[in-house]
Structure formats: structure tokens, C-alpha cells
Ligand binder design. Structure first.
Ligand code: GDP
Length: 454
């Protein structure tokens, strides 16, 4: 597992074992140094190498951020129409789109800077400037004439519409390293795919000795809800969840292409729970599946379990609440079970700030759980699990609206699924190093074409 040589070997302190830098303003962003009080699991700490890299990155960020002379210089270079060699600051600009989970997952793992440069360039998804197009037009490339000059920026499409697959070839990384501004358009997690680049493998190993820890560590480093969101989270937590001795987060997501009836979905949840013993059993449950042992809610007296539900719909909350309200105790355990849901928004409203704030609040409330039951294919669920440091039980997706035969699987790791790996690719006329990749990844529980670290 990850290196255990820091002062706080378990990361259960406000700097998360050296992951976060000390000395940042507490009042302007309370969540940064407070979130450790709420997390239940600290499975990995940042390796000393990662800590050094992050401190160097922060220093570079201070030098290169908007408002600095070096930033002004880089913007001038951008306007000049070509990339320059030896610039102190090079930028990866992330262009967000899609829901919150997608946005969080797609942030590049090496450099993450959010800059007002997209307005400057007027680019959204500028496919004409995508790497593949520029290659086709011989404007850039491993073989392109060096004197022709490297364009000032290149746009990379690495989302569901994975267009710039060559990004995952070493020889193209060498080319992209010469471009001062990379505009990254993605809504998906792709860290596992970086292992296809042989030149990256050693560094990735040093940064993350435990591969399962990549998104867990990065999300705890990068994500810090603003004070208004943090207040929502902590107030709700204190009111409804804090007193429980065991918290189970349940995230129910239904996509239009996978929808099934609420009855079917509810039955799938119960079948999953019987299979994986995730929710407390009730007297109404049949006798063959009594949840005992290995569960926080299964032992001792005065136990209470809080089930926190995140879903766009109120239906599952109502059903689960009535399931546990008839008898206040879970079968055979004497535990009280409370069921809670903070919102049910009915529909996604990605352009609405308040809606997104509530969604982020719920991702955090899920991440403060001891155990998680999440929905397959959902980036919302993926972020909650890795933030929590929990290997979730994942409800399988009803592809073609067919209720899946197996209701759910226990995840092999807390990592998000890399839903679109660059399969079938060639680099330098040779098949991409999928073997190299295969040593570090497995097939996702919820998507057979996806891969994930374990
Ligand atoms: P994904 O579509 O499941 O991969 O997750 P995303 O977060 O990318 O997009 C779904 C969006 O729908 C969220 O960002 C929210 O805006 C909304 N949403 C989905 N599920 C929930 C939920 O349980 N609670 C809240 N508040 N919003 C949700």
C-alpha cells in the first residue's frame, strides 16, 4: 500500500497526512481543513513523492496563475499564433461539460488549472483545432517539419466522444509537450489509460504506489466545497446522520436509456441488499438472509443505522422509510434504522448553480458513509465512493431497460471506471500497450468495455 512514512500515518488529521498544504486561509474555505472530521475511512496516504510533486505544483501555480507576469507572457505567446520553446508556464485548460460527477472526474491528474482562457480563445468544443485534425492537416505531429512551428494551442477531445485517442501514445505525448496550451475537453475519468504511455509508467507508480488510491487521493486534494455548500453539508450531517453508529449511503441514478419501473428498481435494491448484506434486514425479510457479522449495524446494543439516500426521485426514500418504520428495529440486532433524503429534484438541471450546489452537498453526504450502495455507470456515484474511500456495492445497469439478472456487484476497488479506454489503438504502427495497461487494471463491475485500477 501507499507509503506510510509521514507524521500522521493514517492521514486522519487536517492535512490528511501531508496531502494538503498547511497555511491556507481557513475562513475563506472551511471545508479544506474540516472535512477530515467527517470522513470515516482513511485507507491511503499520499506517497512522499506525490507530496513533493504537489508542493512543487502549488509553487508553480502561484507563479503562473492569472494576474502574474508569467501568465501575461503566456497569453501574449498564445496570441502570437505559435508555441514557444522554454516557456516557464505551460497550461492544461479543462473545459467542463455535463453533470457535476462528469466534471469532477475529467480533471486532468497532472495539472489542473482553471483559467479564463476559454473566453479569450472563444473555444468550446473546437473540433477544427483538435489534435487529430491538426495531425491530418500535417500542422503538427511526430513527423511534422519542426520549422513550421508548433501551434499555440491544441484541443483534446477525451470524453465519451473519444476523438483524440493518439493522446495515449508516447510519441504523441512528446509532440504535445511542445504545445504551450492544451485545452482538455472531457467528461470522463481517464487516469488508467495513461498507463498505455510507457514513458509515464514509472512516474505513475511513484506518484501512486497503490493504484486503487489515485482518485481517492486526488479528489480529497482537489475538491473543497465553498462555504455555502459546506454549511449545507455539515448542518444536515449534524441534524440527521451524526448520531448514528453506522451510515449507509444509497445513490439511485436512472438514465433515460436504462430506466425501469420504480417497482423493478426497488426490488433490485432489495435483492442486492440480500445478496451483499448492505441494508439491515427487517422482520418482513425472508429468513434465509439474515444480515449478521461483519456489519457495523450488526453488533452491540444501542446501535442505530442511518440510511442516506441520494436520488433525483422521492420514491425510494418513501419505500425504504416505510420498510423500516413498521418496526423500529432491524431484525435480530436491536438497531434503530433511520432513512433520510435531503432533496428530490426530479430532474437534472446542470446549468443551475443552486441545483449543482445541492448535488455537490449530496456527493459529500454520501462520502461520509461507512458503506455505500451506488448506481452503475454514474459518475456521481463514482465520485462519492472514491471520496469516501469505500469500495461500494454497485447496482448493475438495466441496459435496454431489462432488469439485470445479477442485481449488483461489490466493487473490486474504490476507483471510478474509465468508461472509454483507448482500445484497438495503434502507436507507431504497433498495437497500443494494452498489455502494459492490463497489468494495472481490471474490467469494471458495471461496464464490460470499461477498465479500472484495483
Ligand atoms: P451521472 O450523470 O450520474 O454520471 O452524474 P453527473 O453528476 O455527471 O450528472 C448528474 C446530475 O444530475 C448531477 O450533477 C445533478 O445535477 C443531478 N443529480 C443526479 N442524481 C442526483 C442526486 O441524487 N441528487 C441531486 N441533488 N442531484 C442529482
Amino acid at each position: 500500500t501507499a507509503a506510510l512514512t509521514t507524521n500522521a500515518p493514517h492521514g486522519r488529521d487536517e492535512l490528511l497526512g501531508g496531502l494538503l498544504p498547511a497555511g491556507m486561509d481557513r475562513r475563506s474555505c472551511r471545508s479544506r481543513y474540516e472535512s477530515w472530521r467527517y470522513y470515516k475511512h482513511f485507507p491511503y496516504v499520499a506517497s512522499p513523492h506525490l507530496q513533493r510533486k504537489l508542493r512543487a505544483y502549488e509553487a508553480r501555480h502561484r507563479q503562473c496563475a492569472p494576474g502574474t507576469p508569467l501568465y501575461v507572457k503566456s497569453v501574449e505567446q498564445l496570441r502570437s499564433g505559435r508555441s514557444a520553446e522554454g516557456m516557464e508556464c505551460n497550461y492544461v485548460v479543462w473545459i467542463p461539460f455535463d453533470g457535476l460527477g462528469n466534471r469532477i472526474l475529467s480533471m486532468d491528474i497532472e495539472e489542473y488549472m482553471r483559467l479564463p482562457v476559454t473566453n479569450l480563445l472563444g473555444v468550446g468544443q473546437d473540433i477544427e483545432k483538435s489534435y487529430t485534425r491538426l495531425l491530418d492537416a500535417k500542422v503538427i505531429g511526430p513527423a511534422a517539419n519542426a520549422t513550421a512551428g508548433v501551434p499555440p494551442y491544441v484541443y483534446l477531445s477525451l470524453g465519451w466522444q473519444l476523438k483524440d485517442l493518439l493522446f495515449f501514445c508516447g510519441e504523441h505525448q512528446l509532440v504535445l509537450a511542445k504545445v504551450n496550451w492544451l485545452l482538455l475537453y472531457s467528461d470522463l475519468y481517464f487516469a488508467p489509460s495513461l498507463y498505455t504511455v510507457a514513458e509515464f509508467q514509472d512516474e505513475l507508480r511513484r506518484l501512486f504506489p497503490a493504484k486503487e488510491s489515485v482518485h481517492h487521493i486526488l479528489s480529497r486534494y482537489l475538491l473543497h466545497p465553498t462555504n455555502p455548500v459546506w454549511s449545507m453539508v455539515t448542518r444536515y450531517y449534524r441534524l440527521y446522520l451524526a448520531s448514528a453508529s453506522w451510515r449507509i449511503g444509497v445513490q439511485i441514478r436512472m438514465f433515460s436509456f436504462t430506466s425501469i419501473s420504480a417497482d423493478d428498481m426497488y426490488n433490485q435494491i432489495l435483492a442486492c441488499s440480500r445478496q451483499e448484506h448492505i441494508l439491515p434486514e427487517t422482520d418482513a425479510d425472508n429468513d434465509e438472509a439474515v444480515a449478521t457479522g461483519g456489519h457495523g449495524y450488526g453488533s452491540g446494543s444501542n446501535n442505530s443505522t442511518a440510511i442516506f439516500i441520494a436520488s433525483l426521485y422521492g420514491d425510494y426514500y418513501k419505500r425504504l422509510r416505510s420498510r423500516y418504520s413498521d418496526q423500529h428495529a432491524a431484525k435480530g440486532t436491536g438497531a434503530r434504522v433511520g432513512v433520510f433524503q435531503r432533496t428530490h429534484e426530479e430532474r437534472q438541471a446542470t446549468q443551475n448553480l443552486a441545483h449543482n450546489q445541492r448535488a455537490l452537498a449530496e456527493i459529500y453526504l454520501l462520502s461520509f458513509s461507512e458503506a455505500l450502495l451506488t448506481s452503475g455507470l454514474s459518475t456521481f456515484g463514482y465520485v462519492s465512493s472514491s471520496l469516501a474511500g469505500v469500495r461500494p456495492v454497485i447496482l448493475l445497469t438495466a441496459f435496454d431497460h431489462k432488469v439485470p439478472e445479477i442485481p449488483c456487484r461489490r466493487a473490486v476497488s474504490m476507483e471510478p471506471c474509465n468508461l472509454k479506454p483507448p482500445q484497438g489503438m495503434e502507436c507507431r504502427g504497433k498495437p497500443m500497450d494494452i498489455e502494459g495497461l492490463a497489468r494495472h487494471i481490471g474490467v469494471c463491475e458495471d461496464f464490460k468495455d470499461g477498465v479500472k485500477f484495483f
